[in-house]
Design a protein around this ligand. Sequence first.
Ligand code: ADP
Ligand code: ZN
Length: 440
Amino acid sequence: MKAPKTHNIFNPEKECMSREALRELQNERLRKTVKLEYDNVPVYRARMDAKGIKPEDIRTVDDLRYLPFTNKTDLRDEFPFGLLASPKSEIVRIQGSSGTTGKPIVSGYTENDVEVWTEMVARALVAAGGTKDDIIQIAYGYGLFTGGLGAHQGASKIGAMTIPMSSGNTARQIMMMKDLGSTMLCCTPSYATYLGETIREMGLDPKKDLKLKSGVFGAEPWTEAMRTRLEELLDIDACDIYGLTEIAGPGVAFECLEKCGMHINEDHVIPEIIDPVTEEPLPYGASGELVFTTITKTGMPMLRYRTHDICVLHPEKCACGRTTVRMGRITGRTDDMLIIRGVNVFPSQIESVLVSVKGVAPFYMLIVDRVNSTDTLEVQVEIDENGFSDTVADLENIRNEIGEKIKSVVGISAKVTLVGAKTLPRSEGKAKRVIDNRKL
Ligand code: ADP
Ligand code: ZN
């Protein structure tokens, strides 16, 4: 059963503001945030000083371009608390995501920040037809990853009956979905597809046996073709939701039932599109790298955070009544980050594991595929000629060690294949380390 296209809005005062009033609010909040960063975060102060900028110089959104960018490397270099703009005692939550090497990057949230994030997700759920009468099944992972808790908080905020399933255990997910009569589902689009396929294989008919009406799916890129398939498989409306830990978590932007791009919560974040090479701002409608400045966070606010996600911003008014700018689907990345089963994976993380294992050389190839709607990762790695031992037990130990370390560093399991020394292709330029066979 699909959701009625009613266009409920969680916070119409903010989501449907006139563009002029929104700009005023953004200007005022931006000024506050810049001052907060300058006064409390040494890195931001040093960078602004180096550019000869004082907080008073940033008056409006148009002045954003004078501010320095923030990168994922800054979160790594200042790990864990160097970017906090509030005292540690004000931080009530830590969430994290994969960094480029072994350590996760973490973000600290004040009570205010948790509230801001929660409202963003609440808006997303209401935009997908959610009300207090809904039964919302959360099948994103709970933990440091923002997906599970983020969706949970938003669902509780709208007063829905919230089922904290976390990810995996498909048979149990389907049993609960059926017995409790879940009306909404929150998880990655690939897991939703897998759930849908399994439901069909079990001979269940979503129209008769389930009560699902809509799903809010994100944390990884997907396509219109996947939307069509999911909507058919589960007989629902499937809406996209986008976010990242550095900015808040899921909910930074979300689709309404018009399904024409994700409304950005512009009273909390200011989006920009830049040319990733020249770093110059680009106009609406141009494809480029998405950059966010948070304007209400107090724990770890971010000035001009480079997401490395590529998309287009659409300013036209939406039929739902919201006035916020919409972002199109993410069409690529400007770095080498892969998203495997919703988890961010950097080839450099795998490399850091391989150099720590005796008996293998740091020549490897990552092969990513999608089998039965589930991402798979195979790591092919060369045996080290010198430390070579060909006893089956030794090879098995090496394989296990690599597999366990990848699991603990990256958070996902991988198939490890050992290959002979000097058998992987060498390249003279930038090494090609990844073969992504997934067809989205
Ligand atoms: P999340 O929990 O939202 O996945 P992470 O911080 O772990 O947060 O990862 C953020 C990254 O995940 C984004 O920069 C983007 O590359 C990807 N991502 C999140 N949501 C979407 C989405 N709806 N579509 C495409 N990519 C997404
Ligand atoms: Zn809309």
